[in-house]
Design a binder for this molecule. Structure first.
Ligand SMILES: [Zn+2]
Length: 264
């Protein structure tokens, strides 16, 4: 696998055919401007060179699998200063054939530890590997209208976790939103994402308890502000028009972070 990469380490180049096949499958990639796609292709190639893919439960990592994941994983960092440095805290990407069962442990107020199983489409571990379900990665090719994308979701968590726990605020660059220090930058970020999260959670609660219209985006975003950030990134990267319509201020905030110095 990737013989074509090993022979061209500097700079890595992805062959045309599998690259075009990946773009054809994921229209939110394909529909980007040509210059952006060239940049995406170079980043994806470097990502493939630097990361190690592992198949779980006998799942075989084909070029198609690795390329689909790489092309989507680098989308959030496409315009970020530092590029792939954002992902330099891990190497492994574990791919399951479908959703995986994760064992969870929680300690209740009385100190009793409860263990339970949770089915997950993906998981990002702090300074550890990213786990993805291939079935869900593939579903990303047809779920952009709903703003669903498991690869963007897990890699958004990775960005968030660069600043400690996943709390909905990735590390912000100096001077972000006219701020004078890191505290002000974070305040500027939270001032936009916090009310967006609370508004979403309110709609989600109304939908669940009283049968109201569920809000656009995965209802799982109501879990925590960290999940809201990751889910909002999905919407932003795979369906920007709808995102801008539903979350106008958050989209402007994301633009200033993900596309610094650019007008969208
Ligand atoms: Zn998540």
């Amino acid at each position: 696998m990737f013989g074509w990469l090993r022979t061209r380490l500097a700079p890595p180049v992805l062959p045309d055919e599998p690259w075009q096949a990946t773009l054809a499958r994921y229209s939110f990639l394909r529909d980007r401007p040509a210059a952006e796609l060239e940049h995406l292709r170079r980043l994806a190639a470097t990502f493939l060179r630097d990361k190690e893919f592992h198949g779980a439960h006998g799942f075989v990592i084909t070029d198609e699998v690795a390329l689909a994941i790489a092309a989507q994983a680098v989308l959030p960092i496409l315009h970020l200063p530092g590029g792939l440095d954002w992902y330099d805290d891990f190497v492994g990407i574990v791919v399951h054939p479908s959703e995986a069962v994760a064992l969870r442990k929680i300690t209740d107020e009385t100190g009793v530890v409860h263990e339970y199983e949770e089915t997950v489409a993906g998981e990002a571990m702090d300074r550890g590997p990213v786990m993805l379900s291939w079935q869900d990665v593939l579903a990303g090719s047809v779920t952009q209208d709903d703003g669903y994308n498991v690869v963007i979701h897990e890699f958004a968590h990775k960005l968030d976790m660069r600043a400690g726990e996943a709390d909905g605020c990735p590390p912000l660059p100096p001077g972000f939103a006219g701020s004078r220090n890191a505290r002000e930058a974070r305040e500027a970020w939270m001032a936009v994402i916090q009310p967006a999260f609370e508004g979403f959670r309110e709609l989600a609660t109304i939908a669940e308890r009283f049968g109201g219209e569920p809000p656009w985006l995965d209802i799982y975003a109501a879990e925590s502000i960290g999940e809201f950030f990751a889910v909002a990134c999905e919407g932003y990267f795979v369906n920007r028009p709808r995102m801008a319509n539903e979350f106008a201020e958050l989209t402007v905030l994301f633009d200033s972070f993900f596309r610094p110095g650019k007008t969208s």
